[in-house]
Design a protein around this ligand. Structure first.
Ligand code: HEM
Length: 265
């Protein structure tokens, strides 16, 4: 068996084990349904009494793999880049921490407070602009189309590099490569001069990211909890090398020094 096949089988077995545990809980009477979270909905669809609506095990496993990859790698690398940018921009780190402490004190973030995080939102957008995890949007051209001066023949695959548009000096100005969250002070529409195609880290149109709101909320929660507890300084060991490894990731990781803000933390 090829190594790649072995790995694919390992992942499949791992997902099926989790599905089985969920089924067992229901069968043993420990739970009164398969659950109403995302996995529960998939397991329900797998057991649908109508054969035409039933989800196959292969599709169930594929859905789990998609959501795991799309949800895990992306938010993980976004958080890593934010930590780097706050380590190298102490003024924004202080500003962000002040906002978090003002809103939550030392309490865990709640949904009401999360909607008030303005500075953090600006920092997230500016990080998505500079180091958005998406490594381009893949599309298949099904029929010949004209895009401005460009004629795209049918049956080709294209990769729309949103990161290139996010680094276009005509759109963002000569300081395009600098981390300046103040660009988003008055929201995305104002920052892009009302051009929807200038900033789309989550894609555009009907196939855009279904996890967008969840991703932003998750990032806000994690970042708030880090800022409540630690100051972040860059380690001299850090070497800057963003690389497309599925998502745009730091090739050598991000080395930072975290200092506790509370003696007993
Ligand atoms: C910072 C975090 C994230 C970024 C930047 C991001 C970005 C994207 C992009 C660019 C696409 C492709 C859109 C297109 O082709 O037009 C996409 C699709 C998708 N994303 Fe995300 N995503 C993030 C987080 C998440 C999370 C947390 C989840 C799930 C919990 C998720 C689930 C998905 C799924 C299922 C798709 C495929 C949608 C489809 O093909 O219909 N994403 N995402």
């Amino acid at each position: 068996m090829l190594k790649s096949e072995e790995l694919a089988k390992g992942i499949q077995d791992c997902v099926m084990k989790i599905v089985k545990q969920r089924e067992d809980k229901f069968v043993n009477g420990e739970a009164d349904s398969f659950g109403n979270d995302f996995l529960g909905l998939l397991v329900n669809a797998y057991h649908d009494s109508d054969e035409n609506n039933r989800l196959s095990m292969e599709d169930l496993v594929d859905e789990c793999k998609t959501f795991y990859f799309a949800g895990q790698e992306t938010v993980n690398s976004l958080l890593a880049w934010i930590v780097l940018l706050l380590a190298t921009h102490g003024d924004w780190q202080d500003k962000a921490r002040r906002e978090v402490i003002n809103i939550f004190g030392n309490r865990n973030p709640d949904s009401e407070g999360i909607s008030k995080l303005k500075t953090i939102t600006m920092i997230i957008y500016e990080t998505l602009r500079l180091y958005g995890p998406s490594n381009g949007l893949q599309r298949r051209v099904t029929r010949k189309v004209q895009l401005g001066k460009l004629v795209l023949p049918a049956n080709i695959d294209i990769l729309v590099q949103n990161i290139a548009l996010h680094h276009d000096p005509h759109q963002w100005g000569d300081d395009v490569h600098l981390f300046k969250p103040e660009r988003f002070e008055e929201g995305i529409a104002k920052a892009t001069n009302y051009n929807v195609a200038a900033f789309f880290p989550f894609g555009l149109g009907p196939r855009s990211c279904v996890g967008m709101s969840f991703a932003i909320t998750e990032t806000k929660v994690a970042l708030s909890m880090i800022l409540q507890r630690y100051t972040i300084n860059l380690s001299p060991a850090y070497v800057h090398s963003p690389m497309p490894i599925l998502a745009i990731r730091p090739q050598h990781g991000i080395q930072v020094i975290l200092e506790s803000l509370h003696n007993n933390a």
